[in-house]
Design a binder for this molecule. Sequence first.
Ligand code: DQA
Length: 138
Amino acid sequence: MKIIIINGPNLNLLGKREPTIYGSETFEDYLMELKARFPEIELTYFQSNIEGELIDKIHETGFEYDGIILNAAAYTHTSVGIGDAVKGVSTPVVEVHISNVYERESFRHTSYIAPNVKGIVAGFGMQSYALAIRSFLD
Ligand code: DQA
Protein backbone atom coordinates (compact mmCIF):
# COMPACT_ATOMS: atom_id res chain seq x y z
CA MET A 1 0.00 0.00 0.00
CA LYS A 2 1.36 3.39 -1.04
CA ILE A 3 0.57 6.38 1.18
CA ILE A 4 1.94 9.89 0.96
CA ILE A 5 1.98 12.44 3.75
CA ILE A 6 1.76 15.98 2.37
CA ASN A 7 2.54 18.79 4.79
CA GLY A 8 1.87 22.44 4.05
CA PRO A 9 3.37 25.77 5.10
CA ASN A 10 5.46 26.18 8.23
CA LEU A 11 5.36 22.49 9.06
CA ASN A 12 9.05 22.33 8.10
CA LEU A 13 9.56 24.18 11.39
CA LEU A 14 8.06 21.42 13.55
CA GLY A 15 10.24 20.93 16.59
CA LYS A 16 11.07 24.64 16.75
CA ARG A 17 7.73 26.25 15.99
CA GLU A 18 5.31 27.03 18.87
CA PRO A 19 6.26 23.84 20.79
CA THR A 20 3.43 24.29 23.29
CA ILE A 21 1.00 23.74 20.41
CA TYR A 22 2.93 21.51 18.00
CA GLY A 23 5.41 19.69 20.31
CA SER A 24 9.18 19.55 20.17
CA GLU A 25 9.76 16.67 17.75
CA THR A 26 10.84 17.31 14.17
CA PHE A 27 8.72 15.73 11.45
CA GLU A 28 11.75 13.88 10.09
CA ASP A 29 12.17 12.11 13.47
CA TYR A 30 8.48 11.32 13.68
CA LEU A 31 8.52 9.98 10.11
CA MET A 32 11.21 7.46 11.09
CA GLU A 33 8.93 6.27 13.93
CA LEU A 34 6.01 5.96 11.51
CA LYS A 35 8.07 3.95 9.03
CA ALA A 36 9.17 1.59 11.82
CA ARG A 37 5.61 1.26 13.07
CA PHE A 38 4.05 0.57 9.66
CA PRO A 39 6.73 -1.40 7.78
CA GLU A 40 4.09 -2.86 5.44
CA ILE A 41 3.32 0.59 4.04
CA GLU A 42 5.32 2.36 1.39
CA LEU A 43 5.30 5.76 3.04
CA THR A 44 6.46 8.87 1.21
CA TYR A 45 6.70 12.41 2.54
CA PHE A 46 6.46 15.80 0.89
CA GLN A 47 6.46 19.27 2.45
CA SER A 48 6.15 22.66 0.80
CA ASN A 49 5.41 26.21 1.82
CA ILE A 50 4.11 26.94 -1.69
CA GLU A 51 0.43 26.43 -2.50
CA GLY A 52 0.98 25.46 -6.17
CA GLU A 53 3.57 22.83 -5.24
CA LEU A 54 1.08 21.23 -2.86
CA ILE A 55 -1.53 21.19 -5.65
CA ASP A 56 0.99 19.68 -8.09
CA LYS A 57 1.85 16.92 -5.59
CA ILE A 58 -1.85 16.11 -5.04
CA HIS A 59 -2.29 15.82 -8.84
CA GLU A 60 0.87 13.73 -9.21
CA THR A 61 -0.05 11.18 -6.52
CA GLY A 62 -3.84 11.44 -6.56
CA PHE A 63 -4.44 8.84 -9.27
CA GLU A 64 -1.67 6.47 -8.27
CA TYR A 65 -1.37 6.22 -4.49
CA ASP A 66 -3.75 4.35 -2.20
CA GLY A 67 -4.02 7.22 0.24
CA ILE A 68 -3.05 10.85 0.80
CA ILE A 69 -2.66 12.23 4.31
CA LEU A 70 -2.87 15.99 3.96
CA ASN A 71 -2.02 18.60 6.56
CA ALA A 72 -2.44 21.71 4.44
CA ALA A 73 -1.74 23.79 7.59
CA ALA A 74 -2.81 27.44 7.14
CA TYR A 75 -3.92 26.77 3.53
CA THR A 76 -6.65 24.55 4.96
CA HIS A 77 -8.49 27.69 5.96
CA THR A 78 -7.90 29.72 2.79
CA SER A 79 -7.24 27.62 -0.29
CA VAL A 80 -10.04 26.96 -2.78
CA GLY A 81 -7.29 25.63 -5.08
CA ILE A 82 -6.19 22.88 -2.70
CA GLY A 83 -9.84 22.06 -1.96
CA ASP A 84 -10.50 21.69 -5.70
CA ALA A 85 -7.38 19.54 -6.15
CA VAL A 86 -8.60 17.15 -3.43
CA LYS A 87 -12.01 17.04 -5.12
CA GLY A 88 -10.43 16.34 -8.52
CA VAL A 89 -8.36 13.27 -7.69
CA SER A 90 -9.49 9.70 -7.13
CA THR A 91 -7.15 8.74 -4.26
CA PRO A 92 -8.90 9.10 -0.88
CA VAL A 93 -7.55 11.96 1.22
CA VAL A 94 -7.54 12.19 5.02
CA GLU A 95 -7.21 15.70 6.44
CA VAL A 96 -4.90 15.89 9.43
CA HIS A 97 -4.12 18.55 12.03
CA ILE A 98 -1.70 18.24 14.89
CA SER A 99 -3.68 20.65 17.04
CA ASN A 100 -7.41 20.64 17.71
CA VAL A 101 -8.26 23.47 15.33
CA TYR A 102 -11.77 23.70 16.78
CA GLU A 103 -10.52 24.83 20.19
CA ARG A 104 -8.41 27.56 18.58
CA GLU A 105 -9.19 30.86 16.77
CA SER A 106 -12.44 30.90 14.79
CA PHE A 107 -10.64 31.34 11.43
CA ARG A 108 -9.23 27.84 11.96
CA HIS A 109 -12.76 26.39 12.13
CA THR A 110 -13.19 26.73 8.36
CA SER A 111 -11.72 24.07 6.07
CA TYR A 112 -11.84 24.26 2.26
CA ILE A 113 -10.60 20.67 2.21
CA ALA A 114 -13.03 18.96 4.59
CA PRO A 115 -16.02 18.67 2.18
CA ASN A 116 -14.07 16.34 -0.11
CA VAL A 117 -12.05 14.17 2.28
CA LYS A 118 -12.63 10.66 3.55
CA GLY A 119 -12.24 11.85 7.14
CA ILE A 120 -10.49 14.25 9.48
CA VAL A 121 -8.09 13.61 12.36
CA ALA A 122 -7.22 16.60 14.54
CA GLY A 123 -5.93 17.30 18.00
CA PHE A 124 -3.83 14.23 18.81
CA GLY A 125 -0.45 15.86 18.30
CA MET A 126 1.85 14.01 15.90
CA GLN A 127 -0.21 10.88 16.62
CA SER A 128 -2.85 12.35 14.31
CA TYR A 129 -0.72 11.11 11.39
CA ALA A 130 -0.55 7.55 12.80
CA LEU A 131 -4.31 7.52 13.31
CA ALA A 132 -4.80 8.67 9.72
CA ILE A 133 -2.59 5.81 8.48
CA ARG A 134 -4.64 3.35 10.55
CA SER A 135 -7.80 4.59 8.86
CA PHE A 136 -6.47 3.25 5.56
CA LEU A 137 -5.66 -0.13 7.09
CA ASP A 138 -8.92 -0.89 8.90
C1 DQA B 1 -2.34 22.95 11.69
C2 DQA B 1 -3.44 23.90 12.16
C3 DQA B 1 -3.52 25.12 11.25
O1 DQA B 1 -4.54 25.99 11.69
C4 DQA B 1 -2.19 25.87 11.29
O2 DQA B 1 -2.22 26.96 10.41
C5 DQA B 1 -1.02 25.00 11.05
C6 DQA B 1 -1.00 23.64 11.56
C7 DQA B 1 -2.17 21.75 12.65
O3 DQA B 1 -1.55 20.78 12.23
O4 DQA B 1 -2.60 21.80 13.79
O5 DQA B 1 -0.02 25.45 10.50
O6 DQA B 1 -2.73 22.42 10.42
